[in-house]
Design a protein around this ligand. Structure first.
Ligand code: ACO
Length: 351
C-alpha cells in the first residue's frame, strides 16, 4: 500500500517567444541558445496570473484523476513567484477551484519544488493513513502544483539569464491506494549557496515605515555576508545567476540525486523506465545521462518549447511523459531536480 500519482496536467501562457524574438531585445542568436541550452522558444504570461496558470494545471490534473473537488484534502503550491504574500498561492488556488476540504500552503524550494512538494504531500498522506491514522490530519488525496512566472523576476537586459526562462504550471494528484507499491524512495538535500550563485532580492516598500530611518532594503548579498567593506550594493529584484557555477552544481546534483533514490530503494537505474529531470538546460540532462550510463531515450526532455519553468518544470515534463505514453502502469519512474538554495532531490515511484 502507498501513494500513487493518479492525475497530471499542465498549463502554459498563450504568448510564444522564440529565440529570434529575443534576439531583437538582447545580443543573442537562435544558434547560440539552441546549441548551449536546447531551447527554441518559451511561453511568457502577458496577462495570465500565477493563479490562472496554477488553477488551469490543477483542474487538468483533477479531471484526469477522476476525483471530485471535495475529495482533495491537501493542496501544496510550489512557487517562488506567488501572486501575493498573503493569502498564499495555494490559498488563492483553493479559493479559485473551490476545494472546500483542502488545507493549503506554499512551499519554496525553487526549481526543486516539484520534488520537495511531492515528497511532503506523499509523506503527509502516508503518515495519516498508516500508523498515524486518527492522530494526524486525515489526508488521502493531495494536489501538488508547481507554478512560476519567472518572466516577472527576469532581467530582460541580461542575455545570460533571460534566454533560459519561461512561465508555466504543472500539477499532479497523489492518492492513497491500498494496493499500490507507492513511493519507493526519495532523497532531498541542500548544499549552502555561500557564493550566491542563484539569488533574487525581495521588494518590501519601506517608504511608510514609521520607526526609521532604516539602512534601506534588506539585500540578500548583505545577509549572506558577501559584501566587502565600502562596497555599494543595489537592490536586485531579478534572478542573478553565475551560469557556470550553477552548471557545475547541477550536473553533480542531478547524478547524485538519481543515484541516491535508486540506492535507497535497492533499484538499479537500468530498471527505471523513465527519468524525468528538471528542465534547466538540455546539455545538463545529456551530461547526467552520460555520467549515469543511461541512454537519452529514457529521459523525458521537454525544454525545447518551454525553457526552464522553475518550480513547474518537473511536473510539466511528467505530464508530457504520461500523455505521450512513455509511462505505463507498473513502470518505475524517477524524478530528479535541482535549484536555488541550493536545493536538490529525487523521487522514485511506481506508476
Ligand atoms: N547569447 C550569446 N552569447 C551569450 C549569451 C547569449 N544568450 N549568454 C552568454 N553569452 C556569452 C557570454 O557573454 C560569454 O562570452 P565571452 O566568452 O565573450 O565572455 C560566452 O557566451 C560564454 O558564456 P558562458 O557563461 O561560459 O556560457 P555557457 O556555455 O556556460 O552557457 C549557460 C551559459 C547556458 C547559462 C550555462 O552556464 C548554464 O546552463 N548554466 C546553468 C543554468 C541553470 O541551470 N540555471 C537554472 C538553475 S535553477 C533555476 O532554474 C532558477
Amino acid at each position: 500500500m502507498g501513494c500513487k500519482i493518479i492525475g497530471w496536467g499542465k498549463a502554459l501562457p498563450e504568448l510564444v517567444v522564440t529565440n529570434d524574438d529575443l534576439a531583437k531585445i538582447v545580443d543573442t542568436s537562435d544558434e547560440w541558445i539552441v546549441e548551449r541550452t536546447g531551447i527554441h522558444a518559451r511561453r511568457i504570461s502577458v496577462n495570465e496570473t500565477t493563479t490562472d496558470l496554477a488553477s488551469a494545471a490543477a483542474e487538468a490534473a483533477l479531471a484526469k484523476s477522476g476525483l471530485a473537488k471535495e475529495d482533495i484534502d491537501l493542496l501544496i503550491c510550489m512557487t517562488i513567484t506567488p501572486d501575493a504574500v498573503v493569502p498564499s498561492e495555494a490559498c488563492l488556488v483553493k479559493m479559485r477551484l473551490g476545494l472546500q476540504n483542502a488545507i493549503a500552503f506554499d512551499l519554496n524550494a525553487a526549481c526543486s519544488g516539484c520534488i520537495y512538494g511531492l515528497d511532503v504531500a506523499s509523506s503527509m498522506i502516508e503518515a495519516s493513513q498508516g500508523a498515524g491514522a486518527g492522530r494526524r490530519n486525515p489526508i488521502k488525496n493531495a494536489l501538488v502544483v508547481g507554478v512560476d512566472r519567472l518572466s516577472r523576476i527576469t532581467d530582460w537586459t541580461d542575455r545570460a539569464t533571460c534566454v533560459l526562462f519561461g512561465d508555466g504550471a504543472g500539477a499532479a494528484v497523489v492518492s492513497w491506494d491500498e494496493t499500490a507499491p507507492g513511493i519507493l524512495s526519495s532523497f532531498l538535500h541542500n548544499t549552502d549557496d555561500t557564493a550566491l550563485v542563484l539569488a533574487c532580492d525581495t521588494i518590501f516598500d519601506e517608504s511608510t515605515f514609521p520607526f526609521g530611518p532604516t539602512d534601506g532594503p534588506v539585500l540578500v548579498k548583505e545577509v549572506a555576508g558577501l559584501v566587502e567593506d565600502g562596497e555599494e550594493v543595489a537592490l536586485h529584484p531579478f534572478i542573478e545567476m553565475q551560469g557556470q557555477a550553477v552548471y557545475k552544481f547541477a550536473t553533480s546534483a542531478m547524478t547524485e540525486a538519481a543515484q541516491m533514490a535508486c540506492e535507497r530503494a535497492g533499484v538499479s537505474i537500468d530498471d527505471v523506465a523513465c527519468i524525468v529531470p528538471h528542465q534547466a538546460n538540455e546539455r545538463i540532462i545529456r551530461y547526467a545521462a552520460k555520467k549515469m550510463h543511461v541512454p537519452m531515450e529514457r529521459f523525458q526532455v521537454s525544454i525545447g518549447e518551454v525553457g526552464n519553468t522553475s518550480a513547474s518544470s518537473v511536473l510539466m515534463a511528467l505530464a508530457d511523459a504520461y500523455d505521450s505514453g512513455r509511462i505505463n502502469p507498473g513502470d518505475k519512474v524517477l524524478l530528479a531536480g535541482f535549484g536555488g538554495g541550493l536545493t536538490y532531490g529525487s523521487l522514485l515511484f511506481v506508476a
